[in-house]
Design a protein. Structure first.
Length: 460
């Protein structure tokens, strides 16, 4: 399967100022496959060392001299290594975290060797490290599950993806193409973006096989819980993992996880799942300026899972049940729609930037309001409302636009794309006027491009 991050990796390996690269992402999102594919496409020799499978490999790195380290590896593997024609891949490096500090020596003393490190639980090592990280001497790449557009290509619809990249706001989408894309986004909602699930679906089109893969993936994550022992009772991790899908689209409340357990213990469990990148916290922001996290409300947050396919399993839906439901709005009261949008928004961040999502909430007596997502587009703050069906009220959006004096807002739903003026009165009687860009779920991957179009063609 083609991945968009392949382009970033290709540019990295051919860069004159290349630094060792650390790939961060959850287990089974395709980190190892990407590096193997990179080696094949560039015809470089891949030196792959997995420290989880073979902990003893760490002893090969006792020196701080790259030449000595490479000599040790060559002797151990029984084959010569030519640095300029090789990729040194340190996989599952969280099992040997002290090696991260040694990456600086490769950057300084052996720049002709491409060095990549990856680990599914790498954030634990980075949080607990007792060594000096080589700041400025390494780069990062963040990897998420397949986006919807990557999914389209993987299941054999590259022309639909190409079409999405050409959509303009002043041109109508034919009903036949709209229906095809809505069917495909529903398919993506069911299958999700985990590479193993997508690969199975593309090859067999059997829901039972995909269902088994989802259960196996969740079992893998649960087995990882044993590695957290000493940090926390694994029962708390299990409880939080089960509760995330059930609280989709809502403020995450610890008492709904287990009312008989302290909030502090459940908070620790959620933080561990976030470090493993299995769950993602979406913090409320005041949205008065950039960066959005500067006015973050740490006690107000929602949580989404890594992937829609896994969320459906967590909700107890069978894939056959989901396939028979006609509208996304009927699934989990629209909470799964927020999961879908949040998952796609995370894929829009640059490869080198850690994805971070926010929302807005006003919790005033008699005047509650909430915006599902707040994003940054260039130097602008833009609200994003998710309406699972093709209709839905925008009371909270009107209040936000009036309060923040913004000119452009986004609605995500199942309808055709539209853009036009909104002029209404809020529930408090204030007049508010702004431009509303309404996009179907399948155009989320083109969000920033279409925002540029909206600003240049409709707001100038």
């Amino acid at each position: 399967m083609k991945r968009d991050r392949t382009l970033f990796l290709s540019e990295w390996i051919h860069s004159a100022n290349r630094k060792p690269l650390v790939i961060r992402g959850a287990r089974q999102v395709g980190k190892t496959w990407l590096i193997r594919d990179l080696a094949e496409s560039t015809q470089k020799s891949l030196i792959e060392l997995n420290f989880e499978k073979r902990p003893g490999l760490e002893s090969l790195f006792s020196s701080n001299e790259p030449k000595e380290i490479i000599a040790n590896i060559a002797a151990s593997l029984g084959k010569p290594i030519e640095p300029s024609n090789s990729i040194l891949f340190l996989d599952e490096i969280q099992a040997a975290p002290k090696l991260l500090a040694k990456l600086r020596w490769f950057a300084e003393d052996m720049p002709d060797l491409a060095v990549v490190a990856a680990g599914s639980l790498l954030d634990f090592a980075l949080a607990d490290h007792e060594f000096s990280m080589p700041v400025g001497r390494i780069g990062y790449m963040y990897l998420e599950p397949l986006s919807f557009e990557e999914f389209l290509e993987a299941i054999g619809y590259p022309t639909l993806r190409t079409y999405l990249q050409t959509v303009r706001l002043n041109k109508e989408i034919p009903s036949e193409i709209h229906e095809q894309l809505m069917a495909a986004i529903k398919e993506y909602l069911i299958i999700g973006g985990m590479p193993a699930a997508v690969s199975s679906w593309a090859a067999q089109k059997k829901l039972e096989a995909v269902n088994q893969i989802h259960f196996d993936l969740l079992t893998t994550y649960r087995e990882d819980f044993n590695k957290y022992r000493g940090r926390l009772n694994t029962e708390r991790l299990e409880e939080v993992l089960i509760s995330i899908p059930r609280q989709l689209g809502q403020k995450f409340v610890y008492s709904q996880v287990n009312p008989n357990v302290s909030a502090f213990a459940l908070k620790q469990a959620l933080e561990l799942l976030a470090k493993a990148r299995v769950g993602h916290q979406i913090f409320a922001t005041a949205a008065n300026g950039l960066p959005l996290d500067a006015e973050m409300k740490e006690n107000y947050f929602k949580v989404i899972l890594l992937d829609t396919g896994l969320a459906n399993v967590g909700l107890g839906f069978s894939l056959h049940q989901l396939r028979s439901i006609s509208d996304i709005s009927l699934i989990n009261s629209g909470g799964i729609a927020e999961q879908l949008v949040g998952q796609q928004l995370r894929t829009l961040f640059p490869p080198f930037a850690p994805p971070s999502l926010n929302y807005w909430v006003r919790a005033e007596k008699g005047s509650n309001a909430e915006i599902d997502y707040i994003i940054q587009h260039r130097n602008q703050i833009v609200p994003v409302e998710v309406k699972a069906g093709s209709t839905g009220g925008l009371k909270s959006l009107h209040q936000f636009m009036n309060s923040k004096k913004k000119s452009l807002a986004i609605r995500i739903n199942s309808d055709y794309p539209t853009i036009g003026p909104v002029q209404v009165k809020t529930s408090e009687g204030s007049s508010v006027k702004y431009t509303l860009l309404s996009l179907p779920f399948y155009l989320l991957g083109q969000l920033h491009r279409l925002l540029d179009d909206a600003e240049s063609e409709f707001l100038s």
